[in-house]
Each structure stands twice: as C-alpha cells, then as structure tokens.
Unconditional design. Structure first.
Length: 138
C-alpha cells in the first residue's frame, strides 16, 4: 500500500531542493552583497525548514485500523471525509478514491480507502491521516 504517493524522504527532498534553489537564486540576485553570510547558507537553511514542514504535512501516510462494524465505520469515515471537502470520485481495484473539488484538489491530494469486514486501510496526505486517526480512535 506504500505506492500511493511519496513518503517522508522523497517529499522532504522535493521541498528542500525546490526551496533551496529558489532561495539561492533570489538571494544571490537581490541580497547577495547585503548579507553577512553566504546566500547558499541561507538557502540551505530555508530548504531544511521547508523540507521538514513539507515532509511532515504533505508526505503520504497510511492508517490501518481494526473495524468491528463495517457499515457504521464506512458511514462515519465518509462523513468525516465529506466534512473535509472530499467526495468519492473513482474505484481503483478494492480502493475507493476520494478527492476534493477544483482548485482545492491541487493542494490536497487524493485519499484511498479500503474497508473490509475486520480492518480499514486509509492512505493520503499525512496531515489528513493524523486528523482522521485522532477522530477515529477516540
């Protein structure tokens, strides 16, 4: 189930490299001579912060929890996803795919849900999975 999206390390690297490159370009063009430190040091520091925040919030995470009442659990989860703006848009093998409406979906990603008689697998952005975990395991 890990193939639905990038985990922490690839997400961290994406945000780190992107932010560092942009910051280095901007700093070296605009503020290079006004800084007390090298623009590359500032760019790397900004990249580390952006990478950590991006990896923490936007990497793909998976939640697997036991289910006692499949119907009740599915209804509860669907209501939670609807309240967060997600609707079922597709069926991928045994997974139901949820997605937000445009333009929100550009920044929120998809959620993949598989509910069997005794367990549920939910995969999506880490920040959403943490909120669902907290709400579902109360």
């Amino acid at each position: 189930m890990d193939n639905f999206g990038p985990r922490f390390v690839p997400t961290f690297l994406y945000y780190f490299v992107s932010t560092s490159a942009i910051a280095l370009f901007v700093l070296s063009r605009g503020l290079g001579s006004q800084l007390d430190v090298a623009p590359s040091q500032v760019a790397i520091a900004l990249g580390v912060v952006a990478g950590a925040l991006g990896g923490y919030n936007n990497s793909t995470d998976t939640l697997e929890i036991p289910v006692k009442n499949k119907g009740g659990f599915a209804k509860n989860l669907q209501e939670m996803l609807y309240s967060a703006g997600y609707t079922a848009v597709d069926q991928l093998d045994e997974f139901t795919v949820y997605q937000r409406a445009f333009p929100s979906r550009l920044f929120s990603g998809k959620v993949y849900v598989n509910i069997t008689k005794d367990r549920a697998l939910i995969s999506g952005r880490a920040n959403l999975i943490r909120r669902l975990k907290k709400a579902l395991l109360q």
